[in-house]
Design a protein around this ligand. Structure first.
Ligand code: ADP
Length: 499
């Protein structure tokens, strides 16, 4: 495998970490307990910064600020146009600070710095602009009532929102949640993942510079079972929007049900199929399949972790995949030549390696990879298992790392049946030149997004979310905007009607 040394010189000077405290009501403050926790650089296991460890009392303060800003502050009362203008200013500031923000995500999550600078951060700004443009177009409908009544609906902001976000895309997740809820006129408490708190704190700082009023965006850094759980069970939060594991999604829903029945949307795990048909171009198919599993080191809930290849093209695809995986460059995420950085932390690193060992024990054929890369940090080789059986653990459970399970199939019907036989339903990929196959299979797959001859084709206008145990509710697109609103019906009798 071609590799770059993990110790190669970063092309960008690693920044001083400026913001490490909670952001509540427009101010950076220590946690009430005074406690902090360490965030770790996954390139080498060293401490990057000590960050305030928020808990229930801090969440209470943040919710109080958000509630005050919602009930009495200007944000929900401003015109959508005025909110949109401030959001555009926010987007400009995000773009201006792209380098430092990308560096923070690299230090926290091991994400490729080049990708952060050119994709994650600019697309965060695009997300803000998209929803800024939508902020003055949120309206209800005039109803065609069946009696002598005049009726219409209003779409109102849902209130105070709790956003609990994961560590794999700290920037994209922040804006996927914050963008539409800001546009809708909500106020919010954001809890970034404990592994990746730094960029969210920087985004909080930029929101203040942009002129977003105090109390609208609050950021509480801390752990899931403490700060996260306090959000899920808070009596004064109107909605919780969560992205993370299916196990924690279940806890969030339970806490919402047992507290104030707040609305919930969940974007959870996946075990997404990529189906390659006999007529596909071998090179295109191998590229898509490899990208589907190594992009962001496999730390993406829509990763194409189950690859089904039709028997006629199977051997050619396997050969090509092996060749491409060998040339995949694992290395320092600050180095522009690297294509894959380290896994986010020791826990994920060990979990992925134990799945790899399980695959070996279960008798799958290890085509390439199969162990850590280097001897420092949490780097893992792109790993491909072939001859995988549907009932093997590696084919069923979400590994959340660069580990592919490749399987052979004969007929279209068989591919659909096997692709759907999972508890998850987040994404799917199809590789074929045959339009009839593409249309038939895409309709038959139970997944929130189907990519035909592409993969990870995200767009801010394209709703994103799951079927089955991958959750419910949609991020992105206008769908996301609507989930942060409530619909109110207003009815009045027409003149001379009998009331
Ligand atoms: P992963 O397993 O991929 O680390 P998690 O689902 O554990 O993902 O974490 C996603 C987010 O959920 C993080 O911000 C984490 O702190 C939070 N979280 C974890 N446990 C809980 C919990 N019991 N209640 C609320 N939030 C939680």
């Amino acid at each position: 495998m071609a590799t770059k040394s993990n110790g190669s010189l970063p092309p960008f000077k690693i920044p001083e970490i400026e913001f490490t405290k909670l952001f509540i009501n427009g101010e950076f403050v220590d946690a009430v307990s005074g406690k902090t926790f360490e965030t770790i650089d996954p390139r080498n296991g060293e401490v990057v910064a000590k960050v305030a460890e928020g808990d229930k009392e801090d969440v209470d303060l943040a919710v109080k600020a958000a509630r005050e800003a919602f009930d009495h502050g200007p944000w929900p009362r401003m015109s959508g146009h005025a909110r949109g203008r401030l959001m555009i200013k926010y987007a400009e500031l995000v773009e201006e600070h792209a380098e430092i923000l990308a560096a923070l995500d690299t230090l926290d999550a091991g994400k490729l710095f080049s990708m952060g600078k050119t994709m994650d951060i600019p697309s965060g700004a695009s997300n803000l602009r998209y929803y800024a443009g939508a902020a003055d177009k949120i309206h209800g409908e005039t109803l065609k009532m069946s009696r002598e009544l005049h009726g219409y609906t209003l779409r109102e902001p849902i209130g105070v929102v709790g956003h609990i976000i994961p560590w794999n895309f700290p920037t994209a997740m922040y804006f996927m949640k914050v963008g539409p809820s800001l546009a809708a006129g909500c106020t919010m408490v954001v809890k970034p993942a404990e592994q990746t708190p730094l960029s969210a704190l920087y985004y909080a700082h930029l929101s203040k510079l942009a002129g977003i009023p105090d109390g609208v965006i609050n950021v509480v850094t801390g752990f899931g079972p403490t700060a996260g759980a306090a959000i899920a069970s808070h009596m004064d939060i109107d909605k919780v929007s969560f992205t993370g594991s299916t196990e924690v999604g279940r806890l969030i829903m339970q806490a919402a049900a047992m507290s104030n029945l707040k609305q919930v949307s969940l974007e959870l795990g996946g075990k997404s199929p990529v189906i390659i048909f006999d007529d596909a171009d071998v090179d295109v198919a191998a590229n898509l399949a490899l990208l589907g599993i190594v992009y962001n080191k496999g730390e993406i809930c829509v990763s194409g972790s189950r690859v089904f290849v039709q028997e006629g093209i199977h051997d050619a695809v396997v050969l090509k995949l092996a060749e491409k995986a060998k040339n995949w460059v694992v290395g320092d995420p600050f180095d522009d030549n690297s294509q894959q950085g380290p896994q986010v932390d020791k826990k994920q690193f060990e979990k992925i390696l134990s799945y790899i060992e399980q695959g070996k024990r279960e008798g799958a054929n290890l085509l390439c990879g199969g162990s850590r890369h280097g001897d420092k940090g949490y780097f893992i080789q792109p790993t491909i298992f072939t001859e995988v059986q549907d009932d093997m653990v590696i084919a069923k459970e979400e590994i959340f790392g660069p580990v592919m399970s490749l399987m052979k199939f004969k007929t279209i019907e068989e591919a659909i049946e096997r692709a759907n036989s999972t508890k998850y339903g987040l994404a799917a990929g199809i590789v074929t030149k045959n339009i009839d196959i593409a249309n038939t299979v895409s309709r038959s797959l139970r997944a929130g997004v189907v990519w035909i001859n592409c993969y990870f084709a995200f767009d801010v206008d394209c709703p994103y979310g799951g079927y089955k145990m991958s959750g419910f509710g949609r991020d992105l697109g206008m769908e996301a905007l609507y989930k942060y609103t409530n619909v109110k019906s207003v009815v009045t009798p027409l003149y001379n009607s009998p009331w």
